[in-house]
Design a protein around this ligand. Structure first.
Ligand SMILES: C[S@@+](CC[C@H](N)C(=O)[O-])C[C@H]1O[C@@H](n2cnc3c(N)ncnc32)[C@H](O)[C@@H]1O
Length: 209
């Protein structure tokens, strides 16, 4: 028999105890344990960052010499207690507005004659508002992730990594193929912190071409 849907599960309680803004923090921590994608001094863009638990994990690891940038269609409370977090309230489909913002904080620009200012890593935990129709929700997830891939094509450095949350269903190759075109390797990973019933997985694009 399927397990009943429990919102206040052990990860939710643990997140509260550890002052994480959401239980998603534990998914990123599992990804980090397996792939070691976040390193001290990195510049990291987190798309779909509200309420901000990925940013809490990222800011702690990159330290004061790195920068973490969070974008979400929802407002993110800026009181993280870290000085190096930059926030934008915008939809991922508004590419030009995102570009203007990222350029205003120095990304996507030449730092010097030879050094272009890119992100070392882009993460995303994006989730469409769900309709309950699996095929529709999955396709929206693919569309959102394709928009993030467009940002990564310009703002992620060569050899940089991309972490995307995907609602896996039959159209998933519409995302997998473009990812394989742009990354040397694409791994699929389902953290234990993902709810049993969910279709979500994380796709890790390793080494941008
Ligand atoms: C599961 S939550 C992210 C949780 C976050 N990773 C954290 O650790 O706190 C999914 C997020 O996707 C965002 N989202 C959905 N559609 C979006 C869009 N078009 N542009 C930007 N963000 C979007 C939602 O607003 C929501 O905050």
């Amino acid at each position: 028999m399927p397990k009943p849907f429990i919102i206040h599960d052990p990860y939710f309680e643990k997140a509260k105890r550890m002052w994480y803004r959401a239980r998603s923090a534990f998914k990123l921590l599992e990804i980090q344990e397996k792939y070691n994608v976040i390193k001290p001094r990195m510049n990291v863009l987190d798309v779909a960052a509200a309420p901000g638990s990925f940013l809490q994990v990222i800011a702690k690891i990159i330290g004061p010499e790195g920068k973490a940038v969070g974008i979400d269609i929802q407002k993110i409370d800026p009181n993280f207690g870290f000085p190096n977090i930059y926030l934008l309230q915008e939809s991922v489909f508004e590419y030009e507005k995102i570009q203007v913002f990222l350029e205003s904080i120095g990304f996507g620009r030449w730092k010097s004659a030879i050094e272009f200012h890119h992100f070392d890593l882009i993460t995303s935990d994006i989730a469409p508002s769900t309709t309950g129709m699996t095929g529709v929700d999955q396709y929206r997830s693919v569309e959102l992730n394709l928009a993030i891939l467009d940002v990564a094509k310009v703002f992620l450095k060569k050899w940089g990594n991309l972490v995307l949350k995907v609602f896996v269903w039959e159209d998933v190759n519409d995302l997998m193929w473009p990812l394989k075109e742009n990354f040397n390797k694409v791994s699929r990973f389902k953290p234990k912190a993902c709810r049993d019933r969910s279709f979500e997985e994380y796709f890790i694009g390793i080494g941008k071409k």
